[in-house]
Ligand binder design. Structure first.
Ligand code: TNX
Length: 542
């Protein structure tokens, strides 16, 4: 057996080297992985070499290695010839053709590690791969002793399949603390996901401070109680927990979270729901609704009839809200919801009917379409793009708007054919509020459905019926965690993992290289990483 250079230096080490080499188990699977001989060993003397444009990523690497190793690695623009280095290099000339915006090359030899990319995002993903080449204990949150921090020698070339690799978290149905939002962003970045879709408003809670409308959080962020279990058919048997629930993110919190996400190459796409899922806002300002009734923030689940009115005042209110949202979130896309807006109140409202007449519209669907266009015009005048759930297609859609296809793939197919960009988010493969097992008695209460790991893994975001040209409109896919039945971070992690690991591979790895058997083998190692991070993932074999 050939001993690597690193192994000849001490007897203790060579014993470790004679053991079977640690398998390379990267999630999501890289495009090319070529194992070579030997290993690189990380020590307190390892130096991270990063030129100016790579320095931030270098510091991120040093920080992420610090807790488990106890090393505070130097990040330097160059290093003495004798030092063993991890070199991070941005290569501009011609490199875009090789790496794209997010690709990287990673070379590990016994004497050093090199990560090369065209953009810092690519280096960042190279760093995420490097972390996964180390023993899983590297993800420990405090110092781990007795582990040799070895990295198997390998040549890796890698880049993502899709540019939108997302996860949606509903913080409206159940408020999730700021620290958990940041942890989720970290976990997404670890899986090379780059979009955090933040569902901030709904019938049951308004979670974002808006300076111009303080009652949105004084009133709208709090509900007096929450339905226990599932609703009964006629509502008569419903019981409630009698506990006030709520919370919101201040604008300072949001700035902090946005900066945190930016440092991890995650874009936060905020969602402000309209014209439906609006009861918390209407409870705060009854004049925004259709009936003038004084409402509570909703305490049940489902689809509330209390949607926004179509009055000019309401439109201007929402544009004010979006104005503040734009000031906080640099995202190119702003999500305006658009789903499940029941039109009962618009049908009954004299004002809404007059509005339809005045605009020459034939149906309430066209009225919704007009409503969404008003937001589209507003967002585009400020250099942003609108995205919404697939109902925004009904009644016509403004040309620049993008569609999130949740009721199956059809919305996405129609939108792509009409030249709109699309993010796939179908219930069938990406609804992580669904059960992970058929034996629901052994699972925490969920909304219903059945979405096991292999079905998520088997998802193909490009519908077979699209032509190659149409398919270029599919930006990618995302999972959704709606939280009606997810009361806290612990359960959110249980619902997210390991299904998010599978989704990460769907959106990152080449379609041809996918194999569920190979994925589950790598996942066994990967779950040890999540264990080190104390992620409350569902076990592979419960
Ligand atoms: C549908 S998906 C909804 C949500 C619910 C979810 C529960 C979508 C755009 N709307 O309001 O939370 O189902 O699975």
């Amino acid at each position: 057996m050939m001993l690597s250079l690193a192994c000849t230096t001490s007897i203790a080490l060579s014993v470790a080297c004679l053991a079977a080499p640690r398998p390379i188990a990267i999630v999501p699977k890289p495009v090319h992985v070529k194992p070579t001989k030997g290993q690189f060993t990380l020590t307190a003397d390892t130096v991270i070499v990063a030129t100016a444009d790579a320095e931030d990523v270098g510091r991120f690497l040093a920080q992420s290695l610090a807790p488990a190793t106890g090393f505070t690695l130097d990040v330097k623009p160059d290093a003495p010839a004798t030092a063993r280095t991890i070199a991070l290099t941005i290569r501009s000339a011609k490199a875009f053709e090789v790496f794209g915006n997010e690709g990287y090359a990673l070379d590990v030899t016994p004497t050093g590690v090199k990560i090369t990319a065209h953009e810092p995002a690519g280096l960042f993903y190279g760093v995420q791969t490097l972390r996964q080449l180390l023993p899983p204990e590297i993800f420990g949150e405090s110092k781990v002793t007795g582990v040799e921090w070895s990295i198997p020698c390998v040549e890796i070339e890698d880049h993502p399949r899709f540019s939108w690799r997302g996860a949606m978290l509903d913080c409206a149905r159940h408020f999730m603390p700021k620290e958990f939002v940041k942890r989720t962003i970290d976990l997404l970045a670890l899986h090379k996901m780059n979009v955090f879709h933040w569902h901030l408003t709904d019938d049951q809670g308004w979670r974002i401070e808006i300076k111009k409308y303080p009652k949105l959080t004084e009133t709208g962020a709090w509900r007096k109680e929450t339905l226990r279990g599932h609703a009964t058919e006629d509502g008569k048997g419903d019981t409630f927990d009698g506990m006030r629930h709520g919370g919101f993110y201040t604008q300072d919190d949001i700035r902090e979270i946005v900066a945190y996400a930016r440092d991890r190459f995650v874009t936060i796409v905020p969602e402000i729901e309209m014209p439906g899922h609006a009861q918390a806002a209407v409870a705060s300002y009854p004049e925004l609704g259709n009936t003038g009734a004084k409402l509570d923030v909703w305490t049940s689940w489902g689809v509330s009839e209390n949607i926004y009115s179509t009055d000019e005042k309401t439109i201007l209110f929402l544009q004010d809200v979006l104005g503040e949202v734009i000031g906080l979130f640099p995202s190119m896309f702003i999500h305006v919801g658009g789903d499940e807006a029941v039109k009962t109140q618009w049908k009954k409202s004299a004002a809404a009917q007059a509005r339809m007449k005045e605009l020459g519209l034939k149906s309430e669907d066209e009225l919704q379409s007009w409503f969404i266009r008003r937001m589209n015009t507003f967002l585009e005048s400020r250099g942003r793009f609108l995205i919404g759930w697939d109902e925004i297609l009904e009644g016509g859609l403004a040309p620049g708007a993008a569609v999130m296809s949740w009721r199956g793939e059809q919305g996405g197919i129609t939108a792509a054919r009409a030249g709109h960009d699309v993010v796939m988010a179908p219930t069938s493969h990406t609804y992580f509020d669904y059960y992970q097992s058929k034996d629901t008695s052994r699972e925490p209460l969920a909304i219903g459905g059945f979405l096991p790991l292999d079905v998520v893994y088997g998802y193909e975001p490009i519908p077979a019926t699209l032509t190659a040209d149409e398919a270029t409109h599919v930006l990618g896919a995302q999972c959704q965690l709606w939280t009606e039945y997810v009361p806290d971070p612990k359960q959110a992690e249980y619902m997210l993992f390991p299904r998010a690991c599978a989704l990460a591979e769907v959106v990152w790895s080449p379609r041809e290289s996918k194999s569920f058997a190979d994925f589950t083998e790598r996942l066994a190692t990967h779950l040890r990483r999540l264990d080190a991070l104390h992620v409350n993932h569902r076990p592979l074999k419960p």
